[in-house]
Design a protein around this ligand. Structure first.
Ligand code: NAI
Ligand code: MG
Length: 370
């Protein structure tokens, strides 16, 4: 039987509590005889690593991350570490993981569970059954391009520069991720850029068109201007399947799409690297979109669904366990249909539960489904 290696990095605050619920599901799968097994390693990251070792992530933990089939990350940060030296701040642990594993593809699904459609900022009929995947380029673009500086001019005025910069290779690899995903979904990719005003947009459009040739006619490609995309997401979000875009537009569009579906506590994500030339395996890190939530940490109040759904993405994208991933999603939907709610998604007439009861309920439904 296949054994997958998984590194758990719970981090700080509610990260510790929500990763514990993923461990519950790992134990469930490991106890079953007919699915792949998971070999689990654990380590510290963020403030927890700083307290123990004086750095936000150790070389030893990085080594484990490099070797693992996938990393499950909780969250990092909190007021306790507000004054640690800048290079050791908790977020530095996550940034090093992203950089050293070269995780250039950030996958942010926006899924609306029917039971939560009324909690959306949009009307139920617009979001019910919504299932979009935003693919954001994560390691290039204007957040990293050089020059990047603030200079003082001769007249005393200041001038700030950020540089938007993309190479053909960077655009190719991110759009391939998007087309591959669309092939397994509804065969539609929208590529969002601004070729009308940006040279990077012109190249983005050219390269996407070229990459598309080896996916046509099965997968359809639509070019859309990023500002129009933002508008269409609010007007009629269900017209989209996969949206691929650069780092900056992706930052904004993914947050916009995500918020249509309810709470931060519901939102998973994946960050993928390039496929290994020999094995085809991609380095990958899965994490909830939310942070360490210091305001509710340690009280058993956190919604574990974002982290559980991130584990579901690991099953799908790292372990080729699409069937099991579907079951995890169905188990989550059933728990919500039964009216169980953590505080962040609480609605009148529903049953309020804590972190571990929510995790246990997902496991119970999973057991019933398998
Ligand atoms: P946050 O996401 O931790 O919390 C924002 C609000 O949403 C809080 O009121 C929190 O209680 C609530 N919330 C978040 N996740 C929840 C969940 N699963 N269940 C129920 N309620 C939930 O963002 P915030 O407050 O801006 O940052 C707190 C700390 O987390 C900071 O140190 C920040 O730097 C860090 N952070 C870390 C991230 C990461 O590890 N990837 C991402 C975002 C923030
Ligand atoms: Mg953002």
């Amino acid at each position: 039987m296949t054994t997958h290696s998984l590194l758990l990095l719970p981090g700080d605050g509610i990260g510790v509590e929500t990763i514990a619920e993923v461990e519950r599901l790992i134990a469930f799968f490991n106890a079953k005889s007919n699915t792949a097994r998971f070999h689990v390693e654990r380590d510290l990251v963020g403030g927890a690593a700083y307290d123990a070792h004086g750095v936000a992530v150790t070389d030893e933990a990085m080594d484990k991350a490099q070797k693992a089939d996938a990393v499950m990350f909780g969250a990092v940060g909190g007021p306790k570490w507000a004054s640690v030296p800048y290079q050791h701040r908790p977020e530095a642990g996550l940034l090093r993981l992203r950089k050293d594993l070269d995780l250039f593809a950030n996958l942010r699904p926006a899924i609306c569970y029917p039971a939560l459609a009324d909690a959306s900022s949009l009307k139920r009929e617009l979001v019910e059954g919504l299932d979009i995947m935003i693919v954001r380029e994560l390691t290039g673009g204007v957040y990293f391009g050089e020059p990047k500086e603030i200079v003082t001019l001769e007249n005393g005025e200041k001038r700030a520069v950020d540089t938007q910069l993309y190479t053909t290779h960077e655009i190719e690899r991110i759009t391939k991720v998007a087309f591959d995903l669309a092939k397994k979904r509804r065969n539609l990719v929208h590529s969002a850029e601004k070729h009308n005003v940006m040279r990077t947009g012109v190249l983005w459009k050219q390269v996407t068109t070229d990459v598309h040739k080896s996916y046509a006619p099965d997968v359809k490609l639509e070019h859309i201007l990023a500002d129009n995309c933002a508008m269409q997401l609010i007007r009629n979000p269900k017209q989209f399947d996969v949206i691929v875009t650069d780092n900056l537009f992706g930052d904004v569009l993914s947050d916009e799409a995500a918020m249509m579906t309810g709470s931060l506590g519901m939102l998973p994500s994946a960050s993928l690297g390039a496929p290994d030339p020999k094995t085809g395996r991609r380095k990958a890190l899965y994490e909830p979109v939310h942070g360490s939530a210091p305001d509710i940490a340690g009280q058993g109040l956190a919604n574990p669904i974002a982290t559980i759904a991130s584990f579901g993405m690991a099953l799908r994208y790292s372990f080729d366990m699409g069937k099991e991933a579907d079951l995890v999603d169905q188990a989550i939907a059933r728990v919500l249909d039964k009216g169980l709610r953590t505080g962040d998604i609480m609605q009148p007439g529903m049953t309020k539960v804590g972190t571990s009861d929510m995790g246990k309920a997902v496991e119970t439904e999973l057991r019933a489904l398998t």
